[in-house]
Design a protein. Structure first.
Length: 101
């Protein structure tokens, strides 16, 4: 007998909505900390499949949140970059880790 995918249940949809709202309130540091914990749990291989999928979904939302916060910070750095003629937009990139000086 072939298996079919079950459509999302209202409880699942409500859970996702609540998760999105919670993640949207996190600071960058809190989101990264939670993402690290999720990564550790997934890498341990001890979580059952359903839990792994929930963690993966939460992790995806956390990555999106972190990227949004980094984009916002980058935009602020561009706005605050100053030259002798006033404020100018400059590209901002982080220096490579462990770069030789």
């Amino acid at each position: 007998m072939p298996t079919t995918k079950n459509p999302p249940t209202p409880a699942t949809d409500a859970h996702i909505k609540a998760l999105r709202e919670t993640v949207a309130e996190l600071t960058f540091e809190a989101a990264m900390q939670r993402l690290e914990k999720i990564t550790q749990e997934l890498e341990s291989g001890s979580a059952p499949l359903d839990r792994s999928l929930e963690l993966f979904e939460e992790g995806t939302l956390l990555v999106e949140r972190c990227n949004k916060l980094l984009d916002t910070a980058q935009s602020r750095v561009k706005m605050l970059s100053k030259s002798g003629d006033g404020y100018v937009e400059e590209d901002f990139t982080l220096p490579a880790k462990n770069a030789a000086t």
